[in-house]
Each structure stands twice: as C-alpha cells, then as structure tokens.
Design a protein around this ligand. Structure first.
Ligand SMILES: Nc1nc2c(c(=O)[nH]1)N[C@H]1C(S)=C(S)[C@@H](COP(=O)(O)OP(=O)(O)OC[C@H]3O[C@@H](n4cnc5c(N)ncnc54)[C@H](O)[C@@H]3O)O[C@H]1N2
Ligand code: MOO
Ligand SMILES: [Mg+2]
Length: 432
C-alpha cells in the first residue's frame, strides 16, 4: 500500500496537461464562464481609452483654482457641458471651466476635476470653494493598462472579473481549453438504475450519478457509460469503449480481492500499464491507477489522443469512490485541464476539531463532516454523526471537509488542531 502523498505524486506525474494548440477550442464570450484560457490575450486599446473624469463636477485648469478657498473662491466661466459619450468641442482657457460628468472625456486645456460638492453654481459661472489637488479626479489614458502589453495569461479560469476584462477589450470570441472527457463505468451484478424496482440483494448504482456530478463540478464533461456486469468479456468491451472516448476513465467496483473483482486483470489484458493498486488511506484503499498508451487507443480517435488515457479503478463503496475522487482524481483532472500548478493540489487547512477523531492508525484516515469558519475567522471541523462506514453514503450529504488522521495516530482529541481537506464550495478554488 502506497502512502497517500506518494500516490498523489505518481498520479500527477502521469498527467500531461492539455496542449494550447491541440486541445483548444474557440468559444463565444457569452459561453466562456468557468472555462480556462488557452492563449494569451492582448488588447489594442488603452484602458482608460482617454483621459476622463471620475466625478460629476467641473473640468478646470489647476492653476486657476490652486489657491482658492471658501472665503475667496475661484470664479470660472462655464463654456461647455460634457456628458459621458460626447466628445468635448472646446478648449478650456484660463478663467474657464467645463461642466463634466463621471466617465466623460476631459476637454483640452483642463487638467483637474473639481467635484460638484466643492462648488457653487451661479448661472454660467462656477465658484470653486476648495483648492483641488493637481490632476484630481482625472483617470488618465492607459493608466490601467497599456495597449499591446499582456492582458490575460493562459491557464486562468474565466470568472466574472476576467469576463468583464474580455468584454471591455472587445474579445467576443476566445480560445479556451476543451473540457476533459471523463468516462464513467459502474461495475457490479447487484446494480440497477434508479428507476428500476429493487429485487432482493440489488442496490441502485449511485456511483454513476455521484461521479458524473463530481466530474461536472470539477470542470470536466461526464460521459456516463452505465452499468457493466462483473463478467470479464463485458468488462473488456466496456473498458475498450471507454478508453476510445475519454481522456480519463473512472470505473467503480471490482478492484479488491473478491472472486468477482476483475478490473485489474482486464486492464492488464488490454495492455494497460498499472501504476498503483492500493493506497494506505481509509476509505479508498483499493485504488487502481493505470495508463493506456495512445497507440492502444482506437485509430479513429488518434487525432485527439496524443496522450495516454488515464484510468482510475475506484473502489465500489460509495464513500470510498467519492473520497478517492476528491483526494486523487480532482488534482489529475485539474492538471490535465490546463490550470497552473499552484491550483492542482487538494486544499488542506488547519482546523480545530469539535469532536474526538478516531482511527486504527494503520491508514491515513479521512473522517467526513463540516468545515466551517467561526466568527473569529478560525476554521472548525464538526464530525458528522452516524456511521463512518465507507458504505454509508447517507451521512456524506453536506460534507465540506474530510478531517485527516495521519498514519500512526489513533486519536485527535476534541479541541485539538486537525488537517482538513476542503471538498465543498467553502474554499472553492479562486481563479488563478
Ligand atoms: N478480503 C478483503 N475484502 C475487502 C477488502 C480487502 O482488503 N480484503 N477491501 C475492502 C475495501 S476497503 C473496499 S473499499 C472494498 C472495495 O471493493 P471493490 O472495489 O472491489 O468493490 P465491490 O466489491 O464491487 O463493491 C464494494 C461495495 O460497494 C457497493 N457498490 C459497488 N458499486 C456501486 C455503485 N455503482 N453504486 C453504489 N454502490 C456500489 C457494492 O454493492 C459493495 O457493497 O472491498 C472491501 N473488501
Ligand atoms: O478502503 Mo475501503 O474504502 O476502507 O472501505
Ligand atoms: Mg469487491
């Protein structure tokens, strides 16, 4: 059994990230939210595009108002009104001002804006009641961004601020990495779909749904391939199909030592290289990680398949399957997607445990519960009640953290500090 950290590094070492040329696609800006930029973006526009006012007020020559005050205001003649979107027509000469509004272009001659509240208006004259600082409230052309310099770098995730920048820069179409395709197979003779009545001994294939949701939330395209019986020929057919249609394959079940656990054998027969068979974590001990070289994948798909297909044979127990996804599949998926290195790794935070956390000390143990911030900004971990069996998916609902009891430790007492893997939206990965 491999230590978790070693398994993580082997898995990440197997992933070759998307190529900006081979694995990019063009999307409309309106469909680009949450996608990852594949090419650098530059703009031919300066930001701001021209000197403009940051306030509603008066555009003046600083020299005209630099020594005024309430008792001795500067009195200026208003020569023009400049709303946003209109080009100024007149140059402000000594003794003159232009009425100006937020976002409107600065007129020639003026170098400073006096906000309305520091003035008094009398007909066509304005009284400046307080000396402004030089260049006050002028947003200068190119002071935010200079045309031609890098605007956005490849590898960033497009959230609201980046979408705003792209819109302002008039990038209506852009190159993003394609989403990784992740095939999902559930193995097991006992499995039925949720719409089927249960016969004795049968259970619903919840893993298919859990993994599809996990993949979609992690930015991939789930390709659900359904239930496969624990029969070598059926498995061989299903796995062969899966590796031709996906970048990553996730199967659940059939990776332990039982008589019906055929996955490893079939992978070997299909020519896969097996890198990991089990990891010293609980839940999630049986974990098969394998790769299929591009040459073993259907020629039809070769254009796309310049990299190996990564296969995760996840344990069948529903909690084990999801924990393995959070701990090992997600970093691989994110590395493949084109995200930068600092965002792949799982997010662990130090939290104060509200409960005693027990383990047998033999495997790195993950206990599920809620990771929360208290009013002082300190992370707290609340162990969920009920059975922590890897077959109990019921109390996994609403999980936001997995508390980690390291190998060799049997108890982290209530009140002590514990490392917690963030798995919910609490610490959703920010755009990088
Ligand atoms: N003698 C040993 N037995 C087991 C060991 C071991 O080391 N020695 N390891 C145990 C651990 S730990 C795990 S985890 C499981 C993993 O087993 P498999 O990956 O082979 O999975 P299955 O045997 O096919 O199923 C296990 C369990 O999960 C349920 N299951 C399976 N698929 C689904 C699905 N799609 N949706 C919902 N539930 C599913 C299945 O009915 C079983 O109850 O092995 C232990 N055994
Ligand atoms: O590793 Mo299994 O996932 O402990 O139940
Ligand atoms: Mg089994």
């Amino acid at each position: 059994m491999l230590p978790a950290k070693e398994a993580e590094s082997i898995i990440l070492g197997l992933v070759q990230p998307f190529d900006p040329k081979l694995d990019a696609e063009i999307v409309e800006l309106s469909a680009a939210t949450d996608r990852i930029l594949a090419s650098p973006v530059t703009s031919q526009l300066d930001f701001p595009h021209w000197d403009n006012s940051a306030m509603d007020g008066y555009a003046v020559r600083h020299a005209d108002a630099k020594s005024c005050h309430a008792e001795q205001p500067a009195v200026l003649e208003i020569i023009e009104e400049i709303p946003a979107g209109i080009e100024p027509q007149h140059t402000v000469q000594p003794g003159q001002a232009s009425r100006i509004f937020t976002g409107a272009c600065m007129p020639k001659g003026a170098d400073t804006v006096v906000m309305q509240e520091r003035t008094r208006r009398e007909g066509t004259r304005v009284f400046i009641l307080e000396a402004p600082k030089p260049q006050a409230f002028v947003r200068h052309r190119a002071s935010f961004y200079q045309a031609g310099t890098p605007l956005l770098q490849p590898g960033i995730k497009l959230n609201a601020p980046e979408i705003a920048v792209l819109a302002a820069a008039q990038c209506t179409t852009l190159s993003v990495y394609r989403r990784p395709r992740v095939a999902i197979l559930s193995t097991g003779n006992e499995l039925v779909t949720p719409d089927q009545p249960l016969q004795p001994g049968q259970i619903v294939d919840s893993n298919q749904y859990a993994l599809a949701a996990f993949v979609a939330l992690a930015g991939g395209i789930p390709v659900p391939l359904g239930i496969v019986r624990d029969e070598p020929e059926a498995l061989k057919k299903a796995i062969s199909q899966a590796i031709t249609t996906a970048d990553i394959v996730l199967s659940t079940g059939g990776v332990s030592v039982g008589d019906y656990d055929y996955v490893d054998r079939i992978l070997a027969e299909l020519g896969a290289e097996i890198h990991i068979r089990s990891v010293a974590v609980k839940p999630g001990k049986p974990l098969t990680v394998a790769t299929f070289l591009p040459s073993s994948v259907s020629p039809l798909e070769k254009g796309r398949s310049t990299r190996s297909v990564l296969y995760f044979g996840l344990p069948g127990n529903p909690v084990s399957a999801l924990v393995s996804c959070w701990r090992f599949v997600q970093p691989a998926l994110w590395k493949l997607s084109g995200l930068p290195q600092e965002t792949w790794q799982p997010i662990f935070v130090q939290a104060r445990s509200h409960h005693d956390l027990h383990s047998d000390g033999r495997r790195e143990t993950y206990l599920w519960g809620r990771l929360q911030l208290d009013t002082n900004g300190v992370y707290e971990f609340h162990l969920v009640g009920g059975s922590h069996s890897s077959g109990n998916l019921i109390n996994l609902a609403q999980t936001t953290g997995l508390a980690v009891v390291p190998v060799g430790e049997t108890l982290i007492a209530a009140g002590e500090s514990v490392q917690v893997l963030s798995v919910g939206s609490l610490l959703g990965r920010a755009s990088s």
